[in-house]
Each structure stands twice: as C-alpha cells, then as structure tokens.
Design a protein around this ligand. Structure first.
Ligand SMILES: [Zn+2]
Length: 337
C-alpha cells in the first residue's frame, strides 16, 4: 500500500494533553492515538512496529524452548484471593459485574498459569516447562503520564517457567538472559542486567534488563569490563571505583530505562495453590517457578526516546523498524550515535 493512502496524517504540533516525548512524537507521526491517559490506539504504522518487536521476541522465546499460549485477560476474584494479590497489589485492576461478582484484569498471570501448567505435571519427568504469551495487560494507575512507558493498558510478553529444583531455575535463567540480550541487540538497543529487589511478586531476588539511554528513568552503575551492573538505589559501589568482581574494570554511572524483568518466584505460587508433582524419591514436591517479562509497547516507547536522542528523524525510525531488516536498523542506529 502507498503511504499516501494511509488514513492517518502527520501533525505539526504535539497533542496538548500529552506530556511525554515518546507519545508526543508517535502521535505527531500518526503511529498512535490516545483514547485516555495510558490507553492508546495503535495505527497502521504503529501496529507494524509493535508487530515487528513482537515477532523478534517470539522467535527468540521459541528458540529458547518456550511454548506460546494465550491466557484470559479477565480473571475471577477467587484466584487472586488465593495468593493474596487481591488485597496486596494496589495496581490490580478490579471490576464488578452487574451479577455483583468481582473480577480482576490481568497484570501478570501467575494465578492463571500455575494451575494450568501443574494440571499437566504429574511427575519430575514432566519438568522443566516454559510457557509464554504476548498479550495486553492492565494496571490501575493513579496517574498515567508516561505515554507508552507505563500504560494503564500495555502489551507484554510474559513467560513462566516451572522447575524441579532451584538449580534448574538458575540454569534456565542463564539461558533466558542470553535470549533477552539477543532480543535487545536485534532491536538495536544496548542492554545490561541488574539485580534488584523482588517487588510485589516475590520476596526473592529479581533481575532487571536496562537499556542505556540519557532519557532513562533510573540510574545504574556498571563495570566497563565485565557484566556487573546494579541499580544505583541499592548499590554498595561508587562511580570511579575499581570493580571488585573482575578486578579489571572501572565502575561507571549511566541513565537507563527498564525494558524487561525476571522474578525468581521460588515455590510461592505452587504452594499457594497447593499443586505438587511426584519427585524422584516418590514424595510430593512443589515446583519452583520463574517469571520473565518483556514490555513490548514499552520497548517501542524506549526506541522512540533513544532514536530522538540519537537525532534520528522520526520517519527514519518508522521506516527502519517497519521495513528494513534488524541489521540495517542497527547499522543505522549505530551510525547516528
Ligand atoms: Zn568488572
């Protein structure tokens, strides 16, 4: 189809009610259109970008052994009450039906996927397993002013892995780390992995994938020689110090945007639903789980921010991400730095 036939038009001025650069640029170029705060329509060009990011993520998840499924976005209250999330998670979107029954809109799917996968897991030979979906998620934000970066409705890839032991989760995490870094490279982004706190999902450790950008929302410290990286908020190290991990590099500070996260869920969810499998010794055992998130619409916002910093013309971003190969897009991106 010819560009002249597109039903959208570029606009000279940013919409008055749009505070963030990523959404302003995308709205002006006719990639997205805001319905209300944190909720957007993806127009023909914007949807192509979203689909291309999605396909790169899908290819790498399939290559890493993930099995794609699609889970419901609307959930009964009961499963969220079982894990305590109904009362504990303040951003959980709750809705009431005229039947007086209450429902939650998915913001993560542990409550759905745990009973689903464990239904087919009888003994240790059925593990490990990894299933994922690419689907819309919801957060009941008090204020949503970050454009595509933190929407009320957002597109996310969420993978859930099930393991016999903690060691097997660690093995799988190492594989997924490689897959994630490959995804970011294919998207023309430079990513680092930090260890953060577990947040609402887990008492255990979490890992965050951060893309280096001056327009980021977080400060990170990283080693210029090895892959050590930590969020400044929880860092014991200081900028300019020698790295204690490799004893070679120097600790540097940078701004970054979070583009993916991993939660070591342990046995929290399999215990909450009391779902077991038969272990090697014949005894009942709880599976250990991991959650691997990657915000597809958020990544689109990050690419826009970085491209702008790199003095990219917005049309270039569209053409590159929509039409050109990942390699051409990367070459173009590198050249612009
Ligand atoms: Zn180092």
């Amino acid at each position: 189809m010819r560009q002249s036939q597109l039903f959208t038009k570029t606009e000279r001025n940013a919409p008055k009610d749009e505070a963030t650069v990523n959404a302003q640029l995308l709205a002006r170029a006719g990639f997205v259109s805001k319905l209300m705060a944190g909720v957007y329509s993806y127009l023909p060009l914007g949807l192509r970008v979203l689909n291309n990011i999605e396909n790169i993520v899908r290819e790498e998840m399939d290559a890493a052994g993930g099995q794609e499924i699609s889970m419901p976005m609307i959930h009964p209250k009961s499963i969220w009450a079982t894990t305590g999330g109904w009362d504990k998670i303040d951003v959980l979107f709750k809705i009431k039906s005229r039947t007086e029954k209450e429902y939650a809109l998915g913001q993560s799917e542990e409550e759905v996927v745990t009973p689903l996968v464990m239904r087919y897991t009888n003994n240790y030979k059925d593990l490990p397993k990894a299933v994922y979906q690419i689907n819309w998620k919801f957060r009941d934000e008090l204020r949503s002013k970050s454009g595509l970066m933190r929407g009320v409705e957002f597109l996310m890839k969420d993978m859930y892995s099930f393991h016999e032991t903690q060691e097997d989760f660690e093995r799988f995490y190492a594989e997924m780390k490689k897959a994630y870094l490959k995804i970011y490279t294919r998207l023309g982004l430079t990513a680092k992995v930090t260890e953060g706190s577990g947040g609402a999902f887990s008492e255990k450790i979490s890992y965050e994938f951060m893309v280096l950008t001056d327009a980021g929302e977080d400060d990170i410290l990283y080693c210029n020689a090895c892959d050590f990286c930590v969020n400044l908020e929880i860092a014991k190290e200081k900028e300019g110090e020698r790295c204690t991990r490799c004893n070679k590099g120097t600790i540097a500070k940078a701004r970054a945007s979070e583009v993916g996260n991993v939660f070591d869920l342990g046995q929290k969810f399999t215990k909450a639903f009391d779902l077991t499998f038969n272990g090697r010794d014949g005894k009942k055992q709880y599976a250990t789980m991991g959650c691997f998130g990657l915000g597809i619409s958020r990544v689109m916002g990050v690419i826009v921010k970085i491209s702008r910093r790199a003095r990219h013309h917005l049309a270039g971003v569209g053409r590159a991400v929509c039409g050109a190969s990942a390699r051409a897009w990367r070459r173009r991106w590198r050249k612009s730095l």
